[in-house]
Design a protein around this ligand. Sequence first.
Ligand code: SF4
Length: 373
Amino acid sequence: MAGIYIHIPFCKQRCSYCDFHFSTSYQSYRSKLIDTICEELVFRKDELNGEVINSVYFGGGTPSLLNSDELKSIQSTISANYLISSSPEITLEANPDDMSVSNLKDWRNNGINRLSVGIQSFRDNDLKWMNRAHTADHAENCVKDAQQFGFNAISVDLIYGLPSMDLSEWNNQIEKAISLNIQHISAYCLTVEQKTQLHKLVEKGEVVPGNEDHQSEQFLHLLQVLKEKGFEQYEISNFCIPGFEAVHNSSYWKGEKYIGIGPSAHSFDGTNRRWNISNNALYMKLFKEESKWYEKEELTGKDRFNELLLTGLRTKYGVNLSALQSNHSLTKDFIQKIENYANDGWMQKIEGTLLLTDEGKLRADYIASELFI
Ligand code: SF4
């Protein structure tokens, strides 16, 4: 089984914290870019050697800005050129302000069966501060509208750790999301990424980043509340009602194959990682000229070892020591560190698999990087 990721690099406006690849001035070339995406899909159709496609993910940018014809042309190109399973997961990332009745209808008609909704916050002040294009009213109503149109696999994105957010406010946000009867929540801590508007404001001293202790407290609170409400944490930032794990994102974490189409999209064929150029004009130009519009890297055993650690430790599946060993031998230093982390209460070893405790999850990236070869 494999997946297809389509990157739609268009956004209405620039959210202050975002470092994804997108453009806000795309109208003059949007149809040319969609055509290039369709052509790239056709050009690369044999790359997965006829593997059955179990998931298609429209990410971005803002794929909910696609009009019905654009979505239809991408979907029909996929169906005409790839072997699709009988019940694929087809996810569209949607911003609340795009979730109009006519769009919801179109998405259903175009086979979208899962929505990942970029709510981020249910408070107008936060949304304004993040320069999001929607309001708190949109955030609340869009999910109800989607449910009325029959969407029964809905994920909501939330951001915690905002400078202005205390624990009780964060609790309100979680409770509000749960009250919408959704099946999945992705919750991310606000981070200050280079080259973002937020970064500039922090540099100028106009914004003080969120307090790390408060962020940790909010993360642990999230784990506790969602667990009580029947959500399972299957990845550090992802929680679902059992049976509603994201098929597509899980394939990344399980090391399965996927093909990424569009500017900045990443692919993995089991051995090589490859990523398209993060520049819309250049992507279209190089593709047309049949020049290389991507970079490629063959993973060594050491790379695979480190990737297994980085992704596996973040999931409920953990990291299997035999799988690690099949890529690189375990060093004395590695074994000693595992023991230390177990003694610190950050890690458990269960039947040859390393799993992080909640305290360990607070430091997942640090622990993984310390264990890297
Ligand atoms: S967060 Fe989403 S909508 Fe906002 S700028 Fe980034 S990609 Fe666009």
